[in-house]
Write a protein that binds this ligand. Sequence first.
Ligand SMILES: [Zn+2]
Length: 75
Amino acid sequence: MPLPDETPFEDRRHPGSDTSRLEPEPQIVCVDCGGRCFLLTHPPEDGRWEPGDVVAYRCEDCLDRWDLVLPDDEP
Ligand SMILES: [Zn+2]
């Protein structure tokens, strides 16, 4: 019995231009030791991050702190 040849709706990708939600990575790789750095900063109450927001990460291996600035989405 052949499978249906239709792509399910869930499989559709978002268009590349849809970047309305700006979110920091929950985890990054430590530049110093290659360990895992976890997001320290709590999300804003409304859950909306703004470009230019500073988020802090803490490395679990060397305990270094990293501050990242969220990129501006404007071209
Ligand atoms: Zn580290």
